[in-house]
Design a protein around this ligand. Structure first.
Ligand code: SF4
Length: 390
């Protein structure tokens, strides 16, 4: 959904064409678009470290079962100054070859805030390549003002934090490595505090699965009660690395209805919705074009991978930032695309896009309802009376 403002009205470009609507306050819709990667911009995803302080049971970077609270990880690396040097040089060269004048960066992991000083150094160095967008993807438990301050000073503008359901559900899944303690309160405390301190856009990505759907109304309420609502974007994302959709096709009426209800409830609760088609598969800026034409996924040791899903995984390296992509037949086989470990990925992606196409206009109408004079209470009544609300 894209909004073009024209004074007293706006055009909304959405999956079914272009619609004219009364202007919705800019803080609602302009902010949502900030989470989209800027166009015509070289894209980097950098794993600052492959280590993580949490032990989520579905994590695609956990490699073995063992103790559920200390699962084995992909090989552990933390980025060094030397790797940052080579990385910036390599990206600059690729940008010149491709005619790119700007770069965007996603700081990824593992948990990138374990290496926040290195993240600062990286953002500083990327300014020489004209850094126009920097996003941090974090689990949120280390997200204190002390750690964010230097990053914001060096260009960080968006932060994405993941939740797995309401407090109870999240705390059963997103647990500290070793102790197994829940993380919900710590994340919300950090988020609330950082919202007060920094003029940065925060997005809560809600991993959306069949087994947590029934908890998400409660989560919306908990977020709306705890956080400065107009500062927090909310995005319900399908979790593809588990069998969360098994036995219940995403195109089902029930699922679409539940998503609609969730988004409407989020809107009338004052949270800012982000609705987008699945970012995976053919559209992915990293894995959809071979040999890093549009961007690179770079692990903490400087190795190159085709995709976020394979980053750091043994057997999927396709080059490094010193020697570039190894464009051999062997590496071509390792050039996997998003969801490569999930045999149902393509069908799930398409089904998700269909659901989103259905949900998008509902969100749009909810926003319109909400911002028409005297309609706020009507909107809230509609949300609290929907099926399944806590
Ligand atoms: S916080 Fe992220 S990287 Fe860490 S275990 Fe959980 S899913 Fe994996």
């Amino acid at each position: 959904m894209r909004v073009i403002h024209h004074g007293s009205h706006a055009h909304v470009v959405w999956s079914k064409g272009i619609a004219e609507i009364p202007t919705i306050p800019a803080h609602i819709l302009d902010l949502a678009s900030k989470f989209q990667r800027p166009p015509n911009c070289y894209a980097l995803t950098v794993l600052l470290t492959t280590r993580c302080n949490l032990a989520c049971n579905y994590c695609f970077q956990n490699t073995a079962s063992g103790s559920p609270l200390t699962p084995s990880r992909i090989p552990g690396h933390a980025i060094t100054e030397d790797v940052i040097d080579h990385m910036v040089r390599f990206a600059g060269q690729r940008m010149r070859e491709g005619g790119f004048r700007e770069v965007s960066a996603v700081l990824f992991g593992g948990e990138p805030l374990l290496e926040y000083k290195a993240a600062e150094a990286l953002l500083f160095r990327l300014q020489s390549l004209n850094l126009v967008s920097a996003t941090l993807v974090t689990n949120g438990v280390l997200m204190t003002p002390e750690r964010l301050e230097g990053l914001v000073a060096k260009g960080l503008r968006q932060v994405q934090i993941t939740l797995d359901g309401d407090r109870e559900h999240h705390d059963a899944v997103r647990v500290w490595r070793g102790s197994g303690a829940g993380t919900f309160s710590t994340i919300l405390d950090n988020l609330r505090y950082c919202c007060e301190v920094f003029d940065v856009d925060f997005m809560v990505r809600v991993n959306t699965r069949l087994d947590n759907l029934s908890t998400l109304n409660r989560l919306i309420d908990q977020l709306a009660e705890t956080l400065p609502r107009e500062r927090v974007h909310i995005y319900f994302a399908p979790l593809e690395t588990s069998s969360v959709w098994a036995g219940a096709p995403m195109t089902s009426e029930r699922l679409a209805e539940q998503l609609e209800d969730l988004y409407v409830r989020a809107v009338v609760s004052g949270l800012v919705p982000v609705v987008s088609p699945s970012p995976h598969g053919k559209q992915c800026v990293f894995c959809s074009r071979m040999w890093g034409k549009l961007g690179n996924v770079i692990s903490a040791d400087g190795d190159l991978y085709s995709c976020w899903d394979s980053a750091g995984q043994v057997g999927y390296r396709v080059g490094d930032v010193v020697d570039g992509y190894s464009q051999t037949a062997e590496c071509a086989k390792r050039w996997v695309q998003c969801g490569y470990q999930n045999p149902c990925h393509d069908a799930e992606s398409q089904a998700w896009d269909e659901v989103m196409r259905r949900v998008e206009p509902v969100v749009l109408h909810a926003l319109q309802d909400l911002h028409e004079p005297n309609s706020v209470n009507a909107g809230i009544d509609k949300a609290v009376s929907c099926d399944g609300c806590a």
